[in-house]
Design a protein around this ligand. Structure first.
Ligand code: SF4
Length: 332
């Protein structure tokens, strides 16, 4: 049994359970929301002001200190994952942090990024020591890229692609490209064939197909039909291995304080009520009555509220908790 990272930590959160990365200790390097894109599906809401200048937003030593502390109290971590409240690679000095983390532990390091800055040689250089890099690529054409990612002025699709291709040539670790499949936007056979052609050029180790299962505050996005998801897997599998869209896989059994663990997760992204109910019931050996009782008490704290999206109920924060004063982090 491990202890959860102290929820009062400023940069480190989790560990969170994810199908792709197992027990993952998250590290957020950015003030929310700092991003080069303004994706239609973003769970953080609209990018009010684009950020394109790389900066050391917070002192690197302070971040490293928290990681060191979290590693001392958490055992059984599968990955340390850098994932920001926006575009992770905007943090200048992430390469130094990865190198220092590697001196502390043999636990592999993953970086989740939208990949928009990979055209810069210094950004690629900073990522070379990561064990896995998960950049986004949602389109096979400039027009669709603009429609979905709505990038900051001056950031082109060509640059994005060239960055990914160049990085693949230099990077020896695992390159797992994340494709968000959006119903009615990039799930047509034509869009997927264009995307497959581009993926062939990049040559990633894998594609992680993900779905907009969580509410996007700014614009309504739709889940693709089952048939379209299957077709997407079929088309993209012609060029690389495709990981099926995520299913709920939350594990709260080792959390020392359920309320704080749920707060830390919901703070970072909306959570499907069904998934939460199951995860809480699992902590009581499957007793769903006990889980309902605990969830009622959690709702009574006033920290959470229920919203509906695509016929599913989700838990979201009423207002930011003690973690920070700004909106939540998401795992893209
Ligand atoms: S989904 Fe990620 S890349 Fe897109 S706007 Fe949100 S934080 Fe930025």
């Amino acid at each position: 049994m491990h202890e959860d990272a102290d929820v009062s930590m400023k940069y480190v959160f989790g560990p969170l359970s994810s199908k792709r990365l197992g027990q993952s200790l998250g590290v957020d390097l950015l003030p929310p929301k700092s991003c080069t894109w303004n994706c239609v599906y973003c769970q953080l809401g609209k990018t009010k002001k684009f950020a394109t200048e790389r900066q050391e937003f917070f002192p690197r030593e302070e971040i490293l200190g928290e990681i060191r502390e979290a590693l001392a109290i958490n055992k059984g971590i599968d990955w340390i994952t850098f994932v920001g409240s926006g575009e992770t690679m905007l943090y200048k000095g992430i390469g130094w942090l990865i190198a220092e983390v590697k001196k502390l532990t043999t636990t592999p390091v993953a970086v989740i990024t939208n990949g928009s800055l990979l055209f810069m040689p210094e950004v690629r250089e900073e990522l070379l020591q990561a064990d896995a890099v998960l950049p986004s690529l949602n389109a096979g054409s400039e027009a669709l890229h603009r429609q979905i990612g709505r990038p900051a002025e001056g950031l082109t699709y060509r640059q994005h692609l060239e960055g990914l291709v160049a990085f693949r040539k230099e990077y020896k670790g695992r390159l797992w490209i994340e494709v968000m499949l959006l119903g009615g936007i990039n799930d047509s056979a034509e869009a997927l064939r264009e995307l497959a052609a581009v993926l062939k050029e990049i040559n990633p180790d894998m594609v992680h197909l993900v779905l907009p299962t969580r509410p996007a505050p700014e614009q309504e996005v739709h889940l693709p039909s089952q048939e379209r998801i299957e077709r997407a897997i079929e088309i993209l599998s012609e060029v690389t291995t495709v990981v099926n869209p995520l299913k709920g896989n939350m594990d709260l059994r080792s959390a020392p304080d359920l309320l704080e663990a749920v707060t830390a997760i919901v703070y970072r992204h909306p959570v499907q009520q069904r998934e939460l109910q199951k995860a809480i019931a699992d902590t009581f050996s499957g007793e769903s009555d006990k889980a309902s009782e605990v969830m009622q008490k959690m709702l009574a704290t006033g920290r959470f509220k229920l919203v509906e999206h695509g016929g599913e109920a989700y838990w979201v924060m009423v207002e930011p908790s003690g973690l920070s004063s700004e909106p939540p982090l998401q795992e893209r």
